[in-house]
Design a protein. Structure first.
Length: 82
């Protein structure tokens, strides 16, 4: 069920909010993967930061998708060297 919610949010570029442990996280989700231990994880940019973080599915709860809040993914520009 979580995969369907996050896949929809990633495809539509919607922000999400969820509880991670005891912390509330506002996130711009980028992609779903598996970590070294084989657990499903979600990568995304935490709102108000420029940091991409990983979140384990097992620790997420109370997921809310903001269907009216869209975002544009941050694409880092690498300076060219001459």
């Amino acid at each position: 069920m979580k995969s369907l919610l996050f896949t929809s949010a990633i495809r539509n570029r919607n922000r999400v909010k969820f509880l991670y442990g005891f912390e509330e996280v506002n996130l711009e989700p980028y992609y779903i993967a598996r970590n070294k231990n084989g657990k499903k994880v979600l990568y995304g940019k935490v709102s108000c930061t420029n940091e991409i973080k990983m979140f384990e599915y097992d620790k997420m709860c109370n997921i809310k998708i903001f269907s009216f809040e869209k975002f544009s993914p941050v694409i880092p520009i690498i300076p060219r060297f001459n």
